[in-house]
Design a protein around this ligand. Structure first.
Ligand code: CA
Length: 698
C-alpha cells in the first residue's frame, strides 16, 4: 500500500500506546477527536493523548490506551475517516519478547496418520488461515490464536504429502507464506509439504569419538562442484546422491567420489550451504550456479541438489543418504550455515510470519547492514535465537550433521553462538562449531561473536586469517606470504604455527590457507610468483600444505588444494558456473604427487599425537619452532614425542621458500620421510634446496 495515497494510518508502538498519522492534505492533518473501536465487540473508546510532530506530510498523534494484540481495531477521526490499527511495528519495541517469547518445541506441522497439528508463531497477525493443497483441491482452515502469539489448528484426516501455506492476516491485508518450521517444500519455496518423519530415518554408523578438535582434519567441498565433472564418472551429477556412490573410478583408474575423500584420510567433510538457497532455479538447476550463501529457507534442503525438488521425501532422504554415506566411510559432516542474512528480507517465512522481528533494525526501524548483504539476523531477539537453535538441532538429529561452520559468525552475539555449541555438544560430544569471526555488524563490541572475543567462546573455533596471511599473503594477489617467498614473514609464520597468544585454546585455531573465498593458492601464486614457472608454483603450494596439515591447531583444506586447483584467476566465483568451480577430477589425475603428499602428511598427523596437541603446556614442552640459525629464511620446526607415542620420538621439519640452498647439521640417525627435491643426509649434514622442504624423523 502506498502511504502517500492514504489519508490516515495507525500503529501500535508499544503495548499501551498507538501512533496515528493523519495526512496534511486532509483537513490540514488536524482532527479534534480520535476513537478506537474494537471490530468484534463494537466497543468504541475516545482516545486521549498528545499531538506529535510532523513526519513526511503527516501529522502524528500519540495515545495511551489498552488493547489486545491480535484483535482487529479501527481508528476513526472527527470526520468519520477510519483505518485499521496495525501491530506490525510492535516487534520493534523492547518489551516484545516479554509478551510473546515461546518455548514450545512444537512449532510447524506434526503429522500422524489420523490428524496433523499445525502451530505457527505469528504474534502480530490478526488472523492466520491454514491453506492445504492436494492436486487442484484447496482447503482453508482458520487457525485459533493461543498464548504467546501461537496460532493452532488440527486437521483430522491423513494429510501426508499435502502442500500447505499459511495466510497471515493483518486486518485487510493477507500474505501467504511457507512454514518456517516445515520439513519439506515444493520447488523454489512455493509451498511447504507435510511429511511423515517416520519415513525419514537414518542409519547411525558408529564413528570413533572425536577426543579433541585438533584430531579433526576438515575438507571443504560444494555439493554440486563435487560431481559435475564428467571425468569423475559420478552418475548423480550435482546431487546429494553423488556422495552415496561407491567404487567409481576415473579413466586412469583412480578413485572418485566418497572413496577418494576416504583415501585422503580427512576426518570431516565440510559442505558448503545445503539448506534451500534462492538463486538457482530448482526446476532448471543447470541454468544458473551459486555457492549458496543466499538463503531462502533454513528448514529444508536445497532443491537443486535433489533428484526431484517437488518430492518431499526425496528432499529429506537424499540428503540423509549423503550424510549417512560419509559417515559409513568413517568421516563426519560439518554443515556450512548462513544464519546471518537472507537473500530477500521480505520474501521469507520469518519476516512474513512476524514482520520487523528477525532482522536487526536501527532506532528508526531501518534494517542494519553489517553483513553487506542487506540485512542482519537479530540473534539477540528471543525467537530469532530459538529459531537458529531449533534449526541447528534439526540438522543434527534428523540429518546427522556433526558440526557447523558459521558463515559471518561475527554478526551474531556471543550468547547465541555459545548456546549452539552447548546444544550441539549435549546431543553429541564430538560436535564441532567454528566460524568466520570477522568483526562486523552493529552489536556492541562486547557482544559480538567475533575472533577478538574468542576468550568468551572457548569451545568455538575461528578461521585464523593471521595464519592464512602469514603463509600465503593477503587476499591481494600480488602480495606474497612466507611460502611464496616473503621471508620477512618468518617470525609471523612461527607465531601462526604455534600461536601462544591469539586464542584461549589451541583448538580454536582453524588453520587454513585456502577456502572457497578468494583465489585458490595456485592462482594466487601464479600471479605473485609468475616468473618462477608452474613447477615452482606447485612446490610452493606444497610448502603451504605442509604448514596447514602439520601446524598446531585444526587443519582445514579446500577441495582440490591437494592438486593445485585453479579457478582460472577468478577471485570471487560464487556464481561463476561449473567450468570455474567444479572439482576437477582430471586435474587430480594430472597431479598425483601433490595428492600423495597431502595424503602422507595427513597420515603422519594422524599417527603422531605431537602434531595434534590441544594443550599449551604440552606444546611448550615438546615443540620448538625457530628461524634456522644459519640461514634466517628457513623455518626449523621440531617436535618431540614421549616414549611409546606415535611412530617416532622426534621430527624435524625444514621449509625453505627462498632460492638459497641451505645446509643444516643433522644427526645421521634421522631419516628423511618426505622431501621436496634433492635432499639427503650424509655425514651429519643435509642441504635443503631452494623452494623445497624436508621432513625428517628419528
Ligand atoms: Ca533453492
Amino acid at each position: 500500500m502506498q502511504r502517500e495515497s492514504i489519508r490516515m494510518f495507525a500503529y501500535a508502538i508499544s503495548f499501551d500506546e498507538i501512533k496515528v498519522y493523519l495526512s496534511k492534505g486532509y483537513y490540514n492533518g488536524i482532527s479534534s477527536k480520535f476513537y478506537l473501536k474494537n471490530v468484534e465487540t463494537n466497543e468504541n473508546i475516545l482516545l486521549h493523548g498528545d499531538a506529535g510532530g510532523e513526519e513526511n506530510g503527516f501529522n502524528t498523534y500519540y495515545f495511551h490506551v489498552s488493547f489486545e494484540v491480535g484483535k482487529s481495531y479501527r481508528i476513526s477521526d472527527a470526520y468519520g475517516l477510519t483505518c485499521f490499527l496495525s501491530f506490525e511495528k510492535l516487534p520493534l519495541c523492547k518489551e516484545f519478547d516479554e509478551h510473546f517469547s515461546y518455548d514450545g518445541n512444537d512449532l510447524g506441522s506434526q503429522y500422524t496418520k489420523s490428524y496433523t497439528t499445525f502451530k505457527v508463531w505469528a504474534p502480530v497477525a490478526t488472523s492466520v488461515t491454514l491453506k492445504l493443497k492436494k492436486e487442484d483441491n484447496i482447503l482453508l482452515f482458520p487457525m485459533q490464536r493461543r498464548k504467546r502469539g501461537v496460532f493452532f489448528t488440527r486437521v483430522y484426516r491423513d494429510l501426508e504429502l499435502y502442500e500447505y501455506t499459511y495466510l497471515i492476516g493483518n486486518n485487510d491485508v493477507t500474505i501467504e507464506t511457507c512454514d518456517p518450521y516445515a520439513y519439506a517444500s515444493t520447488s523454489n519455496q512455493r509451498s511447504s509439504i507435510i511429511v511423515d518423519l517416520s519415513r525419514c530415518r537414518r542409519i547411525r554408523y558408529p564413528l570413533k569419538p572425536l577426543e579433541k578438535k585438533t584430531d579433526a582434519i576438515i575438507y571443504e567441498v560444494h555439493v554440486r562442484d563435487f560431481s559435475v565433472d564428467p571425468y569423475g564418472e559420478l552418475r548423480h551429477k550435482g546431487k546429494f546422491l553423488a556422495f552415496s556412490e561407491e567404487g567409481n573410478e576415473t579413466m586412469l583408474g583412480y578413485s572418485t567420489g566418497v572413496d577418494y575423500l576416504k583415501e585422503l584420510g580427512i576426518t570431516h567433510v565440510q559442505l558448503m550451504p545445503i539448506n534451500d538457497y534462492a538463486t538457482v532455479d530448482e526446476d532448471h538447476p543447470y541454468e544458473l550456479y551459486n555457492w549458496g550463501y543466499d538463503p531462502a529457507q533454513y528448514n529444508v534442503t536445497e532443491g537443486s541438489y535433489v533428484s526431484d525438488p517437488n518430492d518431499g521425501y526425496r528432499r529429506i532422504n537424499e540428503c540423509i543418504r549423503m550424510i549417512e554415506s560419509i559417515h559409513k566411510h568413517g568421516m563426519r559432516v560439518i554443515l556450512d550455515v548462513v544464519y546471518n542474512h537472507m537473500h530477500d528480507v521480505n520474501d521469507n517465512a520469518m519476516e512474513r510470519t512476524c514482520p520487523n522481528y528477525y532482522f536487526r533494525r536501527d532506532e528508526n526501524g531501518n534494517l542494519t547492514n553489517g553483513t553487506w548483504c542487506g540485512n542482519d539476523f537479530n540473534s539477540t531477539a528471543y525467537m530469532c535465537r530459538k529459531y537458529i537453535l531449533d534449526m541447528c538441532s534439526r540438522w543434527q538429529s534428523l540429518y546427522g550433521a556433526d558440526g557447523f561452520r558459521m558463515d559471518l559468525m561475527g554478526i551474531l552475539d556471543i550468547d547465541t553462538v555459545n548456546a549452539i555449541e552447548a546444544q550441539g555438544t549435549e546431543y553429541d560430544p564430538s560436535f564441532m562449531l567454528y566460524g568466520e569471526g570477522w568483526n562486523m555488524g552493529t552489536l556492541p563490541m562486547e557482544k559480538k561473536a567475533c575472533m577478538d572475543n574468542n576468550r568468551n567462546m572457548p569451545r568455538v573455533g575461528f578461521f585464523n586469517d593471521f595464519f592464512r596471511d602469514s603463509l600465503r599473503g593477503s587476499n591481494q594477489l600480488e602480495v606474497k606470504g612466507y611460502t611464496s617467498g616473503d621471508t620477512y614473514k618468518t617470525n609471523d609464520v612461527i607465531a601462526a604455527i604455534c600461536d601462544y597468544n591469539k586464542f584461549a585454546t589451541v583448538e580454536q585455531s582453524i588453520n587454513y590457507t585456502e577456502c572457497h573465498d578468494n583465489a585458490t593458492t595456485f592462482d594466487k601464486y601464479s600471479v605473485s610468483n609468475q616468473d618462477e614457472g608452474e613447477a615452482a608454483i606447485k612446490r610452493r603450494c606444497e610448502l603451504a600444505n605442509i604448514f596447514v596439515i602439520l601446524g598446531i591447531g585444526v587443519p582445514f583444506l579446500h577441495a582440490g588444494q591437494e592438486f593445485f586447483d585453479t579457478k582460472h584467476g577468478n577471485v570471487n566465483s560464487y556464481n561463476a558456473g561449473d567450468s570455474v568451480n567444479m572439482f576437477d577430477w582430471g586435474r587430480r589425475d594430472q597431479n598425483l604427487e601433490g595428492v600423495t603428499l597431502v595424503k602422507n602428511l595427513i597420515a603422519l598427523r594422524k599417527a603422531n599425537p605431537c602434531f595434534r596437541t590441544n594443550n599449551f603446556d604440552e606444546m611448550h614442552e615438546h615443540i620448538h619452532i625457530h628461524i634456522n640459525n644459519i640461514n634466517h629464511r628457513m623455518v626449523e620446526y621440531i617436535l618431540t614425542q614421549k616414549e611409546g607415542e606415535g611412530d617416532y620420538r622426534e621430527f624435524r621439519i625444514y621449509v625453505n621458500p627462498s632460492y638459497d640452498v641451505i645446509g643444516i647439521d643433522i644427526d645421521d640417525d634421522f631419516k628423511i620421510l618426505y622431501k621436496g627435491e634433492d635432499e639427503h643426509i650424509e655425514n651429519h649434514h643435509m642441504d635443503v634446496q631452494g623452494i623445497s622442504f624436508a621432513i625428517c624423523a628419528r
